[in-house]
Design a protein around this ligand. Structure first.
Ligand code: PEP
Ligand code: MG
Length: 315
């Protein structure tokens, strides 16, 4: 029995018909990595570096950042690290970088926009990341990308730094969390190495509902067919170019959503560490063709509640 429990936790998750879905962890501090691995994470699928920064009283310099990223990679012991560059601005302030107040911070200077306005901050972070890799699998992604220009500007900085700092196993991709990026996925997929779908923001921007709104946030449901269509477009575009797609928003750990996401062809689910066992168990119950049929039906429905009813019925 002990061995079975160990295997359930640490083995990879495959559907009954053998489709592998990587189950990874979302973390916000380097010290959380070992626990995530202990809970069965096959990778870190989202390191929220702004949370790492917030643990420091002042902006961490190159050396301090390199220490943090090395700590994560050491604890991962060869498993991949997907790290998101600083996602601040708007609703995510950093005390040591006061920013002008904005009337609509969710639509303002945040994520990659801020990084491109302050390229020296992004450059320091990228240098620390590349220096920490030491041949281990490092995947860097940029948050809130909404245009091809933003992606190219960020990618070019990585290319330039790679000429100085040798890295062996690097992939560079973007978060899909702005609807324009999902709609442009066929174009972006030609240039990126991977996509990771941030369903929290993607849902907020697709449905025009503030994700933290006291009255409305319950309606910001990632199972809304409009959001599912954006996910479907993203996966189709990525796979057409041989690229992989993860989901790192809360939706990935929603037990009703897992069959749909697997049916849509998602390759990786990145979740809070305490949900890893549950998500792996859900994946192992599925048949990928049945999941595909379910996803196709969900895409024809007209509301999130209709999608939820459909999936609940399957249970
Ligand atoms: C998301 O938007 O889904 C996401 C994973 O990023 P965050 O929740 O940190 O904005
Ligand atoms: Mg986000």
């Amino acid at each position: 029995r002990r061995e079975q429990a160990h295997a359930a936790r640490f083995n990879d998750a495959q559907t009954r018909d053998g489709v592998r879905v990587e189950v990874a962890a979302n973390i916000g501090a380097s010290g959380e990595t070992a626990d995530a691995v202990e809970l069965g994470a096959e990778a870190v699928g989202l390191l929220r570096t702004e949370l790492v920064f917030m643990e420091h009283a002042q902006a961490p310099d190159h050396a301090a950042q390199e220490r943090e990223y090395r700590r994560v990679l050491d604890a991962l012991a060869g498993r991949p690290l997907v790290v998101r560059t600083l996602d601040v601005g708007g609703d995510k302030p950093l005390p040591y970088w006061p920013m002008p107040a904005e009337e609509n911070p969710f639509l303002g200077v945040r994520g990659i926009r801020l990084s491109l306005q302050r390229p020296e901050i992004l450059e320091t972070q990228l240098r620390a990341l590349l220096a920490s890799a030491d041949g281990r699998p490092l995947r860097i992604m940029f948050p809130m990308v909404g245009s091809v220009e933003e992606w190219r500007a960020a990618r070019d900085m990585v290319q330039r730094l790679r000429e100085e700092i040798e890295v062996r196993d690097l992939q560079v991709g973007i978060m899909i969390e702005v609807p324009s990026a999902a709609l442009l996925a066929p174009v972006l997929a030609r240039e990126v190495d991977f996509f990771s779908i941030g369903t929290n923001d993607l849902t907020q921007y697709c449905l025009a509902i503030d994700r933290g709104h006291p009255q409305l946030s319950a309606q910001a449901d990632g199972l809304h067919p409009a959001v599912l269509r954006l996910i479907e477009m993203t996966v189709t575009a990525a796979h057409a170019q041989g690229k992989w797609v993860g989901i790192c928003g809360e939706l990935a750990s929603d037990r009703l959503a897992v069959p749909l996401l697997v049916g849509l062809g998602v390759d990786e689910l990145s979740v809070t560490p305490r949900s890893i066992a549950l998500v792996k168990a859900r994946v192992r119950e599925l048949d990928s063709r049945q999941a595909r049929t379910l996803a196709d039906r969900a895409l024809t429905l007209d509301s999130a509640s209709a999608v939820r009813a459909l999936v609940a019925e399957m249970h």
